[in-house]
Every structure is written in structure tokens, then in C-alpha cells.
Design a protein around this ligand. Sequence first.
Ligand SMILES: [Zn+2]
Length: 180
Amino acid sequence: MESANIEIVYTLEYKRVKNINLRIKPDGSIHVSAPRKVSKAEVRDFVYSKKDFIFKALDKFEKMKKYQPVCHYSDEKIQNVILEICQEVYPYYQKLGIEYPVIRFRKMVSRWGSCHSTKGILTFNLNLKYADRKCIEYVVLHEFTHFLQPNHSKDFYKELLKVCPDYKIYRRKLKEIILN
Ligand SMILES: [Zn+2]
């Protein structure tokens, strides 16, 4: 953020305090309290002397707001939702000769699911509770499709497209969920 001519908006409250205090709330509002003897111009100088700190804090709150993922399901519920979807999509794969897999759950940061195709195990990320049902369906279909095509080859996406024509939309939505 360039700073030279930027206006900092804040509320000022005169209080029985010794020093000028500056507080930034997570909503981005800036609150200043000052002793009565301090002039408004002095308060303003004080605030602007802290501008680097202020911009940094605002930036942080802005990022937090952006990256705060919405929780769609409770920890208990998410496993049931995933299992339910697995059962919904399975008949298609059953027809293709796939055995119903062992379903496992883990908290993961870097992937939404994984498929151990030779062992018949699908592992799903419990953090899928931050995804909406459509996105979870995509993850389940993605992992089931790995039983047909283990790698992310062209053929894999050809298979995925058959069952999830809008997979790119859900993949992008999932990318917007940042897990820490
Ligand atoms: Zn994959």
C-alpha cells in the first residue's frame, strides 16, 4: 500500500488516560483515545506516525477475513456426509468392477483426499467440512476415479468428466479454501 497521501480514518475519544492509545479492531476500524490536554492535531500526528503499523495490521485483518474458511459441517457430521456420498456414487464404479473401498478419514493440510488404488483405500480430509456438498462430491468422485486411472493423466480427466462435468468449478472453489 503506498502511503504518502493516504487518509487514515479513526475515531477519537478523550479519556482519562496518560498517553495516546491506538487500537485497531478486526473489522478494520481504528480507535484512538487520548488525554484531554492533547490537541487534535497532535493526535493526528501520532496516528500518522504509526501508519506503517496500522497498514500492517489492516492488511493482516484483511487477509484473515479473506481466508477464514466457512465451516459447513461439524466434525461428527462431515464423516457421515462423505460416507453418504461414497455410497451414492459407488453403483457407477461397481458396474465398472470396482470393489467398495475402505474409507478412512484424516486431517490433512495439502490434499483433500487420496486413493490407494491397489489396496482399495480412500482417505478423505476431515477439513472437507469447510467445503460445500458439491465440492465434497467432486472430491469423492475424483478419488473413486483413481481406481480407474491412478494418475492425473488425460484419461483420468476423461473419466472424471463423465461423472463430474463441472469439476473445474469445484476444484477452483476448493483452492480458495486456505487451511492452516
Ligand atoms: Zn487425484
